[in-house]
Design a protein. Structure first.
Length: 489
């Protein structure tokens, strides 16, 4: 069955709420949706629906291909087929068939989600060979972003050729060009869903058994509670709180961001998910569950036997490992806050994490805000202090918060450690410098009160001024040294 008429009507209605001035242009399409003819069939005349995929890369460029039939540089796209469940799936199928990019290499944008960025009216000349008269295409254009920086483009030579990545202002379609230039899309991947990692503080985690029904995300599997952001949500924290309230009646007092995970949606798209943690220790059987089959507590060692996505199990294990490491705190508290443990001078060290990204011989550095409390006006790594979290969890959090970068901890390696003291008697610092081998997103200023720009600098020509230990760490990494001491006498 082709996409339902009600689905198409809802897309057009939501689109016109955003672009009301286009109502006269789309009036014939709305009339077609009220008639008996199938709006997505290529035999429906004098016009029918097609779909295109506007793919944006990490450098704010769009993929265009030469459509052999039209002789124009356009986004990949084509006609709806009977097996397409939605118009968005049509666009995904076409971009996979025409240029070889699978749905899993793409994600939806936070700004547009599953709504088209543009609906164009495209005039098609008569084709006597196919027995087609002149007609129109109402082309639904959906925008997607690349998950990874590098992707292989392999064109389907029978239909398209000459693939090219072009800047927004070079897109050939005038209305799409104007919308892209005004969109604010910058290639940065943003979470569009939120999930809750609920634990009881004693090693148990709350999981949700989903309905085993078609169209359900991870049907019949155990999963975290959560869902997609809705228009009324002012933040992803609002999203996760609303989802918990609607699905279970839970209203935790404190929810904290923990990590950004990547899941696979029902349409095959990659879905960035902001995972929050919350603490609760009640009886799941007493919650008014409105979706799914049941809720239950599990320990990580038991979860291996459940039908559970590997990414969810990995998140639980990371949280459990982090929680286990923080349980040494009561031992120190028993000795008293100022009393050193046996064999120790009792001097606490500040622990910081630093992100080393290298691309084509250049290193990513941020220019600190002139009024920043630390190193104002100097260049520095993306960095932050560890809170109640592991160093890797801190790195992932800081990368997303400061620059909008998504990093999988499995793609990270420790490349340098700096042990320093700023002045005699000052509190010592340990800085872990981690290299990310892969990442998603383009660096963007997310905390302008701390950092005013992100730039790539040649590793052998670093900018000035630069934080001294940042320069020392980069020089150490390039020389293959794992460790540097600064300020000690």
């Amino acid at each position: 069955m082709p996409p339902a008429r009600s689905h198409i009507h809802a897309l057009v209605t939501a689109y016109l709420e955003r672009y009301p001035a286009e109502a006269p242009l789309l009036a014939p399409l709305l009339k077609l949706l009220d008639e008996a003819a199938e709006p997505t069939s290529r035999s429906t005349m004098p016009g029918h629906i097609t779909c295109s995929a506007v793919v944006v890369d990490h450098d704010r460029r769009v993929l265009l291909v030469h459509h052999n039939a039209f002789g124009l540089m356009l986004a990949p796209g084509g006609h709806v087929e009977a097996g397409d469940r939605s118009l968005l799936e049509t666009a995904l199928r076409e971009v996979h068939e025409e240029v070889g990019i699978p749905p899993g290499a793409l994600c939806a944008t936070a700004a547009y989600g599953s709504l088209p960025i543009d609906i164009d009216v495209f005039d098609i000349d008569a084709n006597p060979v196919k027995g087609e008269g002149a007609h129109q295409h109402w082309d639904f254009r959906f925008v997607f972003q690349l998950v990874d920086r590098d992707v292989e483009v392999m064109v389907q030579q029978e239909e398209v050729s000459a693939p090219e990545w072009v800047a927004f202002d070079q897109v050939t379609a005038p209305r799409l060009r104007a919308k892209l230039c005004a969109s604010g899309l910058d290639g940065r991947i943003e979470p569009v869903n939120a999930s809750a990692l609920i634990h009881d503080g004693h090693g148990r985690y709350l999981l949700h058994l989903r309905d085993d029904l078609p169209g359900i995300w991870e049907p019949g599997a155990w999963a975290l509670l959560g869902g997609g952001r809705e228009p009324g949500d002012t933040s992803l924290e609002d999203t996760v709180r609303r989802e918990l309230r609607e699905e279970t009646g839970l209203e935790p007092g404190v929810v904290e961001p923990f990590a950004v995970g990547l899941a696979t949606g029902t349409d095959g798209l990659t879905v960035p998910v902001q995972v929050f943690t919350a603490r609760w220790n009640g009886d799941p059987a007493g919650l008014p569950l409105t979706e799914g089959v049941m809720l239950a507590w599990f320990r990580p060692d038991v979860m291996e036997r459940l039908r559970l996505s590997p990414s969810t199990l990995d998140l639980v294990r990371r949280h459990a490992e982090h929680s286990g490491r923080t349980k040494a705190a009561p031992q120190r508290e028993a000795l008293g806050p100022d009393r050193p443990m046996a064999g120790s001078a009792g001097v606490p060290h500040i622990v910081g994490v630093h992100l080393y990204l290298e691309r084509d011989g250049q290193v990513l550095l941020g220019l600190r805000h002139p009024d920043s409390a630390y190193a104002g006006g100097s260049h520095h790594f993306l960095a932050g202090h560890c809170e109640q979290e592991s160093a890797l969890a801190c790195l992932v959090r800081e990368a997303q918060e400061e620059a909008g970068l998504l990093i999988d901890p499995r793609d990270v390696e420790l490349v340098h450690v700096v042990h320093m003291v700023d002045a005699p008697g000052a509190q010592p610092r340990i800085g872990f410098v981690f290299r990310a081998l892969r990442w998603a997103g383009a660096p963007a200023v997310r905390e302008p009160d701390r950092c005013v720009s992100w730039d790539w600098w040649p590793a052998d020509a670093l900018p000035e001024p630069i934080v001294p230990y940042t320069r020392a760490a980069i020089e150490g990494i390039r020389a293959g040294r794992p460790y540097t001491e600064l300020g000690w006498t």
